[in-house]
Design a protein around this ligand. Structure first.
Ligand code: NAD
Length: 373
């Protein structure tokens, strides 16, 4: 598998393979970078066909978390974990507890939470073995479902897009095409309506689309037709890869801004978007509200603080846009540069602690003040 060679490609710090035969646990934990703080990333459970696939996924995802945290101005590094198995058939209390014990062994260099295939309940079981876990329910002192905060961050990001594209940040009278009316898309549609925007939505789950049109009173259309809607903003809030060489030529919008991870399917799609003059809000900058919510939880959850922090996505995106304009680069490139610059700066000023050293999040109040970016 050439693990060390693969780790070297994106400079991963540590990859831990764990197994507990009795609990039928097989998992990989990847810590990409701890320059800015302990690595944080969700635990995904998925029936990977091969160990290579699982490794590829965890390496990519953990690197993405480093960039997301850095661009969000958080004192966190990037990590991720994957449990190999079908969450519907192979998840058990014993497996989750065994996993929690391995997370605990990392002694605070890695914090985790829910992801695809795991949920808040699972994290509560993991929590019985380790305190290095977030995304718990409000009853357990956690921030609960991060989707409302993520949606709020996306709304703030859209305002920054409006200011960049139309000179003022009001969304009143704008039309937004929302792809995916799940947890984030639904909340976003509600917020947009409050901001007096018109929402057109789609969901591959027909029941969900019907529910949205009945409850929210929005127009819903066929999932594939969402790319052809004449609107001001296209908001991908479903799965990754919505922006591809096939879909970009169809878009009739001025802005792409949504919550989905990995929206851009290929570098050529990003170039096409920029050539068509469509403003793109880099996904990992605009969808950082969920990460911010977990970060606040790790310091003692406070909903008002989480909301305030998610509001900084507005200024974070404005910084990205002005850099892209000045340097004549794409917004994606600008976001990467901002994250890389923060990492380089972090490496330069790193004093008093060395990379990967155990950091107790509860004990670093300075991080709270510096998270305004
Ligand atoms: P979700 O599963 O609740 O909602 C996704 C919805 O998209 C579902 O209703 C699904 O039926 C629909 N869908 C799937 N494919 C579609 C398609 N081709 N066209 C239209 N609809 C489609 O997930 P979510 O929590 O709302 O997250 C949405 C996206 O935002 C994901 O990419 C997720 O990774 C990302 N994200 C979510 C959060 C969060 O706080 N939940 C944070 C950061 C990023």
């Amino acid at each position: 598998m050439n693990v060390l060679a693969q780790m070297n490609t994106a400079k991963h710090e540590q990859v831990v393979f764990v197994q507990d035969a009795d609990a039928r646990l097989r998992a990989i934990i990847a810590i990409h970078n701890t320059t800015l703080g302990p690595a944080l990333g969700g635990t995904r459970m998925y029936p990977y066909a091969t160990e290579e696939q699982a490794l590829r996924d965890v390496l990519d995802l953990s690197r993405g978390m480093t960039f997301k945290a850095a661009a969000a101005g958080l004192d966190l590094g990037g990590g991720k974990a994957v449990i190999i198995g079908d969450p519907l058939k192979e998840k058990s209390g014993a497996l989750l507890r065994a996993y929690g014990r391995f997370v605990n062994r990392l002694a605070g260099t890695f914090y985790t939470g829910e992801d695809v295939g795991t949920d808040v309940r699972d994290m509560e079981i993991v929590r019985t073995e380790t305190r290095f876990v977030g995304g718990l329910s409000p009853e357990q002192g956690g921030g609960g479902d991060p989707s409302p905060i993520t949606a709020y961050g996306v709304l703030e990001g859209m305002k920054a897009c409006a200011a960049e594209r139309w000179g003022h940040d009001s969304l009143e009278g704008r039309t937004v095409a929302v792809q995916g009316l799940g947890k984030v898309g639904w909340h976003l549609a509600e917020l947009l309506q409050t901001a007096k925007a018109t929402v057109v939505g789609s969901d591959v789950n027909g029941d969900r689309a019907t529910q949205a049109s009945q409850v929210l009173g929005i127009r819903t259309i066929d999932p594939d037709a969402i790319y052809d809607v004449a609107a001001d903003i296209f908001a991908p809030c479903a799965l990754g890869g919505a922006i591809s060489a096939n879909t970009v030529p169809r878009l009739k919008v001025a802005v792409v801004a949504g919550s989905a991870n990995n929206q851009i399917a290929s570098p050529s799609a990003a170039r096409m978007l920029s050539e068509r003059g469509i403003l793109y809000a880099p996904d990992y900058v605009i969808n950082a509200g969920g990460l911010m919510n977990v970060w606040v939880e790790l310091h003692g959850y406070d909903a008002a603080r989480a909301l305030k922090l998610a509001g900084t996505i507005n200024s974070n995106l404005r910084t990205v846009f002005s850099m892209a304009r000045e340097l004549k680069i794409t917004t994606n490139e600008a976001a990467d540069r901002i994250a890389e610059e923060r990492l380089a700066q972090g490496a330069r000023v790193q004093s008093g602690r060395s990379r990967g050293e155990v950091v107790d999040i509860q004990g670093t109040p300075a991080a709270v003040a510096s998270a305004q970016f």
